[in-house]
Design a protein around this ligand. Sequence first.
Ligand code: D41
Length: 678
Amino acid sequence: MNIEQQIEKLREQINQHNHQYYVLDDPLIPDAEYDRLFHQLQSLEKANPQLVTADSPTQRVGGKPLEAFGKITHQVPMLSLANAFSSEELRDFDRRVREKLNVEIVSYAVEPKLDGLAVTLMYENGRLVYGATRGDGTTGEEITGNLKTIPSIPLKLYGSVHPAILEVRGEVYMPKKGFEEFNRNAAAHGEKTFVNPRNAAAGSLRQLDPGVTAKRPLDIYIYALGQVDQGALPDNHTDVLHQLQEWGLKHSPLLDCVQGVEALQAYYEKIAGLRSALPYEIDGVVYKVNDYTQQAIMGFVSRAPRWAIAHKFPAQEELTTLEDIQIQVGRTGALTPVARLAPVFVGGVTVTNATLHNMDEIERKDVRIGDSVIVRRAGDVIPEVVGPVLAKRSTDTEKFVMPDSCPVCGSSVEKMPDEAVYRCTGGLYCAAQRKAAIRHFASRRAMDIDGLGDKIVDQLIERELIKTPADLYRLDLQSLAGLERMGEKSAANLIQALSDSRQTTFARFLFALGIREVGEATAVSLANHFITLGALFEASASEETLMAVPDIGPVVASRIKHFLQEPHNREVINQLISDDIKIHWPDPEKPALQPFSGLIFVLTGTLQGMARNEAKQQIQSLGGKVAGSVSAKTSYVIAGDKSGSKLDKAMALKIPVLDEAELLQILKNPLSLSDIQR
Ligand code: D41
């Protein structure tokens, strides 16, 4: 084989692997092997520059930066697409087609409508000679050098027989993942980010230096023919697209051919359901009369074919005015800026609020009150402000500043240097934090109190009917029925729901407390590890004992410690499990070690270090019983300060008496009980 033949063979191999990889998604060789072939070709071409051709795979990024783009006049105009925004408009379209064609049912080629940039590719004798943007449909910009950098665009078609002139049209797009990666990178380097993948694709193709375009993750789907000369093609659209794919020009994998308007509607719904899972952005589906003879009968109106229509999804991005930025105070005191917007219909709903996440985000996006902003609502995701339209900004806007005191309670606001969030330091003094804490406590996955909605919680806090979760259980019918949006029936239902909620699980109870960093999973770990509240209370004295629990690290341990060692929190918890409220959960499976089984304890007087209930729980968890009065059966009396008649009776019956220090000791080390007997 001479050099020329070697080069030609390498080019064919590389083209084939490109096709397998980028068009068929089915690589035949590992990347490293591909790289070796490519490198081999590069070396041969370097040594023999006279043999380099424009369609060699090495020439994808060959072009030099341009001064400006040239103009291309489209021999066959690039038409636009009419839109249908509803099923009614879709039915109208199908009815017009059937009437004009005088048929009962029509075959349609169907595919998603990509949100990218329309381009045309001209092949002469199987070689890419130029590529251009759609422009105004008649003339576009010549961007051959940039298009050649897109790996899925063949520089040379596969197969040996193609029309001498073959022009195809398609949509260049940037996959979502590539878009996000590009933006992350750009942001990290302080460079310009793009607001959406569509702009990113357009911006990348508008680069004068193909070397820049080559670094952008772009791809293409072919969806139409342009000029075709000297060569036969099938007589319908889907067959043509399949033929083009064999030549290396790939179409959407979701391309289909369906019959009748019901099938169009079903396809629309199927693709709408797939939308968020697709690796690229789409904004609807496109239907085209499949038969070319029928297309010709339909003809055109102004600049759009009568035989095709785009059935659009509700827009996911709209423009509106940012009327105000308000601060919301969350359960942990975090201040979240919320955008108040002029109402706008986006993603299928009317949006008036959108999150701005945090101060870093506001600064990065530079959004200001009064700006025209792009609002985005994709799928079920909460609406967000994408960014301002700077061209529309008036001169008198000012940068937003975080208030230095809490807008709800006036406490000072602090920011940890390593955190993006600002926090209100008011804790449960702050009504906003109290409301959020109560809402969390009552939520479905916590105490599951049915009927305690946000509006009710707001009123209860504002009217100071409650301050803590424990107060909820002390509400009566009368005070509840006095609230707005609350009838007597719903008040009674709420009282019942509160009562029902008292039967819960240890893990739910822990989760409901709203300890920072303690989510459902951590609550379950804590419950499984400590079994009883008493054991958890005791362990919370030090981070080390807490860190013995799987998945609990120093940060979470410190949060738990602080929360449980806080006297106010302890008090609320003790109220919740007290005899008045009686929040309870099924007894845990008895621990293997039950050193107190068969023993009966009586508690008397006040304990200093723990509540009576806690002591009771801990004794029970070790298998002991706690009785209310002293009798001959009593094994031990635990006497705190100011114990009265029970202590006297114990003395009389010669029942051993332990003080608080001894109680702590036996709880810690139950086997030491025998040592303490007097
Ligand atoms: O996916 C698309 N964005 C898409 C655009 C598509 N799948 N099909 C299209 N078909 C046409 C006709 C019917 C005119 C050949 C189109 C477009 N046009 C189009 N894209 C931009 C302007 C027109």
